[in-house]
Design a protein around this ligand. Structure first.
Ligand code: OSB
Ligand code: MG
Length: 382
């Protein structure tokens, strides 16, 4: 459902941006590359009533999508934050979180940057009202089923070991990354080792329609879904592929807005949708995609971008909406980080993570951990 009760406007005194480098507990390999350090932007919106926090989930290089950290760093300072100053000044000095997307709309793309800024304003506004983000977005539960995204390993045997560790920890769904040459054998190895576990694969756009025969071989593994087999703008080819596969096709990279989601469903390019607030320009747009999928009877699940405790808390709130009927990539903080930047990193409890109930995103920042991870910092004022 649309946001039931909007948040009160806030006065923004300043916006602080930081680039963080957070070491990963193990390298994370996808079809588009390997990461060993998470480079991410953290935003702090300063208001007379306190701070709000947001996260821009870009990665170092534009490989998952066209956005990347230095691009987001530039566009946020050069265009997005000044547009917020203008919007607030036109509105008499304050800005409601629901007005952020409209203020930023003149700028094309850069959805992750916009999403991070909107989250920081939303967090500030909700903290001031002592309302939880989950309640604001329409969460229907206090905990969400936790799946884990497993990167491509050295070989199928190593993958089986890694997956076994996550199953031992209690993750209720396994997603393995695939790419050409590392697909059927990897999936078979996990199925053979662990039987009928909830299992899905993510190709991160690594295939073309000419690979349809290989992808059809995955049908025999009874996967929950195959995520984003083809390129971001291959909507028609995804529809053609979906008609050939028994495995449900789920879109990630292609779904950049509620409009893109509606179009993909109309064309039958996907029967399941991965929702990431960063990819779609914010948590409010994410709720709109949830709402339209729910109305259409299309299952959705919450994707992840190796978030810090800030984005992870917000993702848990989003994943608690009633249409999120499949487990999300909302894993415990220690799946990626030895040291998070929040005081109470997200933990796995019987295969679930808790939806924070404190004001705003519901987590507190660890200022020392934040400073230790910071490699660049700037503060902007009107
Ligand atoms: O495709 O879902 C993806 C991480 C970075 C970029 C893209 C993706 C991912 C993941 C990790 O799969 C999900 C997570 O944060 O747990
Ligand atoms: Mg994906």
């Amino acid at each position: 459902m649309p946001i039931a009760r909007p948040a009160a406007p806030v006065v923004i005194d300043a916006v602080e941006l930081r680039v963080l480098h957070l070491p990963l507990v193990s390298p994370f390999t996808t079809s588009f590359g390997t990461e060993t350090v998470r480079e991410v932007i953290i935003l702090r919106v300063r208001t007379p009533d306190g701070d709000g926090w947001g996260e821009i989930v870009t990665q170092h290089a534009p490989r998952y999508s066209s956005e990347y950290t230095q691009g987001a760093w530039d566009v946020t300072q050069r265009f997005l934050v000044p547009a917020l100053w203008d919007a607030a000044s036109i509105a008499g000095g304050s800005l409601a979180p629901e007005g952020v997307a409209g203020a930023l709309r003149p700028f094309v793309g850069h959805r992750m940057a916009k999403a991070g800024l909107e989250l920081a304003v939303l967090d500030a506004a909700l903290r001031a009202e002592r309302r939880a983000l989950g309640e604001y977005l329409g969460a229907g539960t206090d905990r969400v089923a936790s799946g884990v995204s497993v990167g491509i390993q050295r070989d199928p045997a190593a993958l089986v070991d890694t997956v076994g560790d996550y199953l031992d920890q209690g993750y209720v769904r396994i997603k393995i990354k695939i790419k050409p040459g590392r697909d059927v054998a990897d999936t078979a190895a996990v199925r053979d080792a662990y039987g009928a576990i909830p299992l899905q694969v993510d190709a991160n756009s690594a295939y073309t329609l000419s690979d349809a025969d290989t992808l059809a071989e995955l049908d025999r593994f009874d996967l929950l879904l195959i995520e984003q087999p083809l390129q971001e703008d291959d909507i028609v080819d995804h529809a053609t592929l979906a008609a050939r596969l028994r495995t449900p096709v789920c879109l990630d990279e292609s779904i950049v807005s509620a409009k893109a989601a509606a179009d993909a469903l109309a064309l039958r390019a996907a029967s399941i949708i991965n929702i990431k607030a960063g990819r779609v320009g914010g948590y409010l747009e994410a709720v709109r995609i949830h709402d339209l999928c729910r109305a259409a009877g299309v299952p959705v699940w919450c994707g992840g971008m190796l978030e810090t405790g800030i984005g992870r808390a917000a993702n848990a709130a989003l994943a608690a909406l009633p249409g999120f009927t499949l487990p999300g990539d909302v894993s415990a903080s220690d799946r990626f980080y030895a040291r998070d930047i929040v005081t109470a990193p997200m933990v796995l409890e019987d295969g679930y993570v808790r939806v924070p109930t404190g004001p705003g995103i519901g987590v507190e920042i660890d200022p020392v951990a934040l400073d230790d991870a910071t490699v660049a910092r700037v503060e902007l004022r009107p």
